[in-house]
Design a protein. Structure first.
Lengths: 561, 561
């Protein structure tokens, strides 16, 4: 990496300001030189679109589905799981039925190798034994499949891009996989209102590229954008990188088409921003993780594509100052603030150790905390002016210690790839215990420190110890921390030190044990840490009312124990 | 009104620009003189807070509850309605129970005069015969009331500020009124996250004033803000004036506390932006109009209060150009656009005729359409610059013909009061048929024209005819048109000409028969025009599952016929 060593030069708004402002004495917004792009290897934000791999996550780096024969069967690993004896096993008659209604490329049967990408999750933590993958092309076919399965008590797992992190999108036993790969048509887009209507199997990035040509963008963005399906995004209420700016899918999804377990098609594909006619049924499907039916179509409000985007990465000495910088960013950047991310020095250590972003990193010195701020607006001049004022105020108040501002799109990607490279850097160590917690900002980082202390006291954290790192990063702007605990291998002693401690800690601090990754199989039995018994009871009531045979994505989401 | 007649002066950003730009030749952004405030009498946005009058609306002008003895009983007016014989009638034992659990100021019994503000809706269209109003102070008391009512099959109408327009918040027969007036405490506010938690009975304007002191604002604003309760806002999924900017309550409400009909308290008062743990049950309550239980507490994400707000009113010759201006505003004003409202020349005629805003109006000439654009941002200089560029582009492209830009807060209020005075101006004529429709922008104004043609062809529209005006106004930015048909009196012949024609028209154009006012009693039986039978069926299933005795707000919301 080649740094321009001139600590008094600032390049903002395309012109170099050579004056050294008094308030800037401890700070340099360095010129990230155009000729030194190699300092950060861009970029692994994109998942290869050819991967066929229900749900979604902002935490997934680019990686092909590796051979998965070594993946242990979920049912063997989690011995408390019992196949529901009410479910029928697949027969030749069933196969004949599916073959009769599906297109030629819409059925995979009994070929273990071909079934692996559908039976095994992206993390290679979960593996089911499904014998049949159905890939319908139309909503009518989905309806036929579910009606048949419901009448015949065949359990079904809806699956999108298979990018989930909690085992929600793959079978546990022999459930049929209903994959939305073949449902990938854009149905309509209105350039006046910005409302997009499309099939559930459209890939997020494909939609975003399509919209970009018309001056719009998707209101959500994830690391898995190159693979995840919009239907899976909605089914898992994906959060991701733009939630701070555009809000959750509960606000931006305007309508859904979904098929109920009995085959009923709910045609609620509204293209209206306002519609107060009856219960907002679609909301139940947003985040239901395929347990109430299959989402087949999505209507979503898309915002104009920002004309000016910029990114700064800052070094900060205390988490209190990370919070201070966040409050100040809401005040000074306000309507143009589109991301406020952070990672800690343990995350940076792994980025360096595994050479994920090249050997050199944008800030020369090490800091306990790093903050990435993205601004997106309609006027570059105004936006850069706001950013400059904001950074100067941070300096004047000694809230940050160092920082860089990107000068072009490549550098923006490079800075983002630091943040987005962290999950991959963590995964290089061996095993990763991944937690996705929402907690109030006041105790946001205390969780990482408490876990570290606990593991250290137990003598399992450190060099040549079972646990090598406790890495914290995530979306400060959303109150969502990702805690990755890296270890040589999954170790029951370590697991028992972390769980249920981390869930109890979260409950005590009024947090959520799943901010954005959902419950799936992984957290179904921990739901009580975030929801009261009366809430769980009404959830079960709704599940029972809509899916009385329980065929939709069984063993997951709601507690089985 | 005193206009500065200098057609070449422009006052923007606090300085007068005396040059006449070529592209400005057909346009003047007039100086709305500080000394001529009398031209628009400010402002009737606020409802008197002393009125005790569930639900909410952006369409309500300031008006005290007038004597209501003349209001016909709903049951006498709508003869298809039959009291549900499964509901018990109130007994002395019941009254004793309520008296035993409620505070001294929490019970009104059998005093007709005292009961009127709770039995009669704000529009004086609906009148119930409730003998008892319960005004609990705590969630526990609400729980006790509902448990008792459910066990004893006493029907209940939840009521907030009683500012609804569809008869949803007042009884039809002798239902007990459960009013949230006494539940008015702010529970917590976090100035870092901007998350407010409060009782359901807090008045919207009180909350907004409280937040203003801390640099925040409520994400919704309504004409009825001085009276409406936040609980009613949530129960009716109120839209209002800030939806374009901050999105719907489905996105901004983070948590709810609600009491189910059996007295179960659902404690889902989350203060987290992200929480993917189970079905998002609170969403069912948003817009459920009191039919599933009583909302007792609300957690809501509030945005920073904009530091710079400005408003422009423009005269436009065609509705196509209103649409063009909207598309351009999304492009040029983008993140600072906070309202895009319109009204037509019939609306202006009534404003003039009834002298609602003073005799003089800001634009000298008459135009078929008027547009009000509000911008809200964090930097006045940047925002005014964007507004100027936008207005110049409108002129260059000959999209608008004339306009004014406010110079201070008083003028902002004055310009807003034009838009907000329209419902009052309509109500001065006698009877008003009010419709609140969402439709695609491409056919937005065609509805008004089609209704006019229909009424004219039938010989009922014009001077000395039963119908005097068909007035259209509303939220272009949300695709929400308010159609007010003014008449001497409610006339069955006129009603039959409008209904179900207007609902059929809406259905044919994929619209919603209730954009933001809800269904209440008025539109319950028209739900089929906006929702399919499968959607209505699942709604009924949910209602049956949560309120099996049907005690919550009966006769409304879901079709009874």
């Amino acid at each position: 990496m080649v740094y321009t060593p001139n600590l008094v030069s600032r390049q903002l708004f395309g012109k170099v300001v050579l004056t050294r402002n008094k308030c800037l004495k401890n700070f340099t917004i360095r010129n990230v030189n155009r000729n030194s792009i190699q300092f950060i290897v861009p970029t692994n934000r994109k998942f290869a679109t050819s991967i066929e791999s229900s749900s979604s996550s902002a935490e997934i780096p680019a990686k092909k589905h590796a051979p998965t024969k070594v993946v242990e069967f979920t049912a063997d690993k989690y011995t408390y799981l019992r196949r529901n004896p009410n479910f029928k096993e697949l027969t030749q008659d069933d196969i004949k039925f599916f073959a009769s209604i599906l297109p030629a490329n819409g059925l995979i049967i009994d070929n273990e190798e071909d079934l692996i990408p559908y039976n095994v999750d992206w993390m290679k933590k979960y593996r089911g034994r499904s014998r049949l993958v159905a890939k319908p092309k139309t909503t009518h076919q989905v309806s036929q499949i579910l009606k048949y399965c419901n009448e015949n008590k065949l359990a079904v797992v809806p699956q999108g891009g298979n990018t989930g992190l909690v085992g929600g999108g793959v079978p546990v036993f022999d459930e049929i996989v209903l994959n939305t790969n073949n449902m990938n048509q854009i149905r309509s887009f209105d350039p006046v209102s910005g409302i997009l209507v499309c099939d559930a199997g459209c890939i997020l990035e494909v939609l975003d590229n399509y919209l970009a040509e018309q001056g719009y963008t998707m209101p959500l963005d994830l690391g898995a954008k190159g693979s995840c399906h919009i239907g899976g995004n909605v089914a898992t209420n994906a959060g991701g990188l733009r939630l701070l700016r555009y809000g959750s899918l509960h606000g931006t999804v305007l309508g859904l088409e979904a098929v109920l377990p009995d085959g009923t098609i709910l045609d609620n594909l509204s293209t209206l921003r306002k519609d107060n006619t009856g219960y907002d049924i679609k909301q139940l499907f947003i985040g239901s993780e395929g347990t109430l039916g299959v989402i087949t179509g999505v209507s979503i409000l898309t915002p104009p594509k920002p004309k000016a985007v910029n990114v700064a990465v800052l070094g900060v000495n205390t988490f209190q100052n990370v919070q201070n910088a966040f409050v100040m960013s809401k005040n000074k950047l306000s309507e143009i603030l589109s991301a406020f991310e952070f990672w800690d020095s343990d995350a940076l250590k792994l980025l360096k150790a595994h050479n994920i972003q090249g050997k050199n990193l944008p800030l020369k010195d090490n800091y306990p905390f790093y903050v990435l701020i993205e601004i997106s607006g309609s006027n570059k001049y105004h936006d850069d002016d706001k950013l400059q004022n904001f950074l100067e105020e941070l300096l004047t108040n000694e809230i940050v210690n160092d920082g860089v501002v990107a000068q072009d799109e490549t550098q923006i990607s490079a800075l983002w790839s630091l943040r987005e490279g962290i999950p991959e850097a963590c995964s290089k160590t061996g095993a990763v215990y991944k937690y996705d917690i929402s907690i109030p900002l006041s105790v946001f980082y205390q969780m990482a420190e408490d876990i570290r202390n606990r593991l250290r006291s137990a003598g399992v954290l450190g060099e040549d110890k079972p646990v090598s790192n406790v890495v914290a990063y995530g979306h400060v702007g959303d109150g969502n921390i990702h805690l990755n605990i890296t270890a040589k291998s999954y170790d029951p002693e370590v697991t028992n030190l972390i769980e249920p401690y981390i869930y109890e800690w979260t409950e005590q601090h009024n947090g959520s044990i799943s901010a954005e990754h959902g419950l799936g199989l992984m957290k179904a039995n921990y739901l009580r840490y975030s929801k009261s018994s009366s809430m769980i009871s009404i959830m079960k009531q709704i599940k029972q009312s809509i899916d009385p045979n329980g065929i939709m994505n069984p063993y997951k989401f709601l507690p089985t124990q």
